[in-house]
Design a protein around this ligand. Sequence first.
Ligand code: SPV
Ligand code: MG
Length: 274
Amino acid sequence: MAEGELVRVAGAHDALGATVAQQAGFQAVWASSFEVSASRCLPDASVLTMTEYLAAAAAMQKAIDIPVVADVDTGYGNALNIAHMVHEYEAAGITAVCMEDKVFPKVNSFAAASHDLLPTEEFARRIRTAKAAQRGEDFYFIARTEALISGLTVQEALERCAAYADAGADAVLIHSKRRDEQEIAEFLAGWDGRRPVVIVPTTYPQLSATDAHKHGASVVIYANQGLRATVQALRDTFSAIVQDGTSLGVEDGIVPVSDIFALQRLDDWLALEA
Ligand code: SPV
Ligand code: MG
């Protein structure tokens, strides 16, 4: 980002997905609350606890050499919880956290539910708390506004993000659930560039990373495509095995066991014994 390059980030929920994302060429991994909760068939609704999300993010960060950007929802409570969250994530070696301006408990941005926001000044106070809690230089805090998700205007989203940047956020994330990229483009055109902008083009996949960068985005997160691909692959494979009465028909479409050994770095582990 410092060199003005676009950073592409893939969502994951475990070390395996994070490793595959790194191998595919992503520059960072998003420890998605949607994915982590879905991996346990639970809703992305502040049901899991901070320690559970942290364990998932830490397992990913431990397995890969690129940064993990941990989705920490609303920060798991009030200012005390947020300070504790920063201490714990930083101590676990997580590179970055992203906290959103919704009220706890939150629900996933695409859920047909109300998305109530904290007052701007209250969230700004929480950002100041988070940045004051950070011990090292390198821990990175992304402030996410759900203004557009909750039905506010682009202007209100811009004002919120400006306040969050002034409170010390290292970057801002603007989320949208529209099927076109219009309000994201409008946001980027109106942003004064005082901090990098992160976007999540889940509902507007037609916006390419290159075009997003031209509009002014610094980071693009592909938040859940890996999870959705996994479910599709599991469904196809399992149903074929059940229908065919053999796994022969799926063998050509699945990786060999040796690929899994490589992901487990089995040779490195066996070398320890030698
Ligand atoms: C996530 O991946 O958990 C996110 C992005 O926060 S979204 O699901 O679009 O809210
Ligand atoms: Mg999330």
